[in-house]
Structure formats: C-alpha cells, structure tokens
Design a protein around this ligand. Structure first.
Ligand code: PGA
Length: 252
C-alpha cells in the first residue's frame, strides 16, 4: 500500500509575510485530513518562517530546488545541508528548471544523489513537452528522464523517491491530462523504467504523482487511477479551498 501524497509547489509566489498568512490558513484546514502525506514548497527565502509555523502540524516542508555540491563558491545557490536543516523534501528537475535553467537529466541525477547524502525525500519531475507529445515521443522522453534521473542511488534510498509525472503542456495551462492517459504513462513507462533500475518491488513501492492543472474539481479523476498516488499542485496550491479539496480527494 502506497500512502497518498500531495505537494504544493508555490513556485515564485508569496513574500515571507504572505507565506505566513497562507501557511497559517492551510494548517488550520488541512490538520483534519489524515492518511495523506502533505507537503508545502514555498520559495527558499520563506522556508524558515514556514518551518516555524508547521512544527507539530503533520504537514511537511519542501524546497523547490537545490544545488548538488555540499558547499562552496556557487553564488546564489543553496546547498543540500542548508535545505535539510529546514525541510524533509526537495523538488528536483521541475520542467521550469529544465526549460529556463538548462537542467539536464545528468544534473537532476547529481541532485538526487545529493538528496540521498543528506536524506531529503526527493520529488523528481518528469514529463514531455507539447512538441514531444504531438510527435509521439512521450514514451521515449519520460522513460529516459526516469532512468537517467533516478539511476545509481542505493536500494535502501530508492523506495523513498517520489516521482511526479507532469506533462509540460498541462502545466499552468488549465488543460490537464486525463486520468486514464496519465495512468498509462505512469504504469507503462515510468514504473517499468524504475523496475529496470531497482526491481519490480521498488517500482511498485515508489509513489508517482500527477501534476499539471490539478484542481479541486479534477483531482478525483487522477486519484482514482490505480498507478497515480497523488499530485504535485502548482496554481491551485496557492488557494486554500482548492488545495484542501485536492488533499481531501487524495485521502479517499
Ligand atoms: P500547475 O503546476 O498545477 O499550476 O499546472 C504544476 C506544477 O508545475 O508542478
């Protein structure tokens, strides 16, 4: 049995004081929902404020990115140990990082190894662009991102990885995939790529989320699929009622 998982990716939204407001409101609403692993991922600069408010709430905290090196001359970057002091989770290889900050599968893999070193639970994002989708490359792209991105960690750490399948064409567009289509990608491309690396048992143990225009209204469609274990939520994670409805749907 895989515990359902819902994470909010706030992206570059909310100041520190706005973060305090939203975390306080979300904590009040979400505390009644059990049986779901809940994670909020505000910007780096708000992590300390969020961590203080989330203490004892049963809601986890994650960063949206980190560097792979332990420390040193990397102006503007944040090291794994710094994230670990405040967070239990880190999003890696989000499509916006891949598209705007040139993150390759190799970089994502380095970051995954860095997460293992400090024992952060990584949420690794994979997904095809619209162009790749339209030219029938979904299998090839998603399989490659999974096997290149996830390779080489220990068999003890591997089951802790969370994968998010996020078709790029569905992110922030209001055009979500369908539950059935997303399930096919997870079942036929992502889990088999994991099985090749770590065996069938790990491939069945790893949580795989769907992401891309998830709302309170469509969440159920994804969560009712056998291979989808939750969601990585962008826009709707900034709205208390929507994020509550999504989390509630995951608990069912
Ligand atoms: P969205 O973003 O829910 O706003 O489409 C999802 C994501 O980028 O993780």
């Amino acid at each position: 049995m895989r515990t359902p998982f819902v994470a909010g990716n706030w992206k570059m939204n909310k100041t520190i004081s706005e973060t305090r407001e939203l975390v306080t409101a979300l904590t009040l609403k979400l505390k009644e929902i059990g049986g779901v692993e809940k994670v909020l991922c505000p910007p780096f600069i708000s992590l300390a404020a969020a961590a203080a408010l989330l203490e004892g709430s049963g809601i986890g905290l994650g960063a949206q990115n980190m560097h792979w090196e332990e420390k040193g001359a990397y102006t503007g970057e944040v090291a794994p140990a710094m994230v670990k002091e405040l967070c239990g989770y880190v999003i890696l290889g989000h499509s916006e990082r891949r598209a705007y900050f040139s993150e390759s599968d190799e970089i994502v893999n380095r970051k995954l190894h860095a997460a293992q070193k400090v024992n952060l639970t990584p949420i690794v994002c994979v997904g095809e662009t619209l162009e790749q989708y339209e030219s029938n490359q979904t299998r090839e792209v998603v399989s490659r991102q999974t096997s290149q991105g996830l390779k080489g960690v220990t068999s003890e750490f591997a089951p802790q990885i969370v994968v998010a399948y996020e078709p790029v064409w569905a992110i922030g567009t209001g055009k979500a995939s369908t539950g059935e289509a997303a399930n096919v990608v997870v079942r036929d491309f992502i889990r088999p790529a994991i099985a090749e690396l770590y065996g069938q048992q790990t491939a069945q143990a790893i949580r795989v989320l769907y992401g891309g225009s998830v709302t309170g209204a469509n969440a159920e469609e994804f969560f009712s699929q056998p291979d989808i274990d939750g969601a990585l939520v962008g826009g709707a994670s900034l709205k208390v009622d929507d994020f509550y409805a999504i989390t509630k749907a995951a608990a069912r």
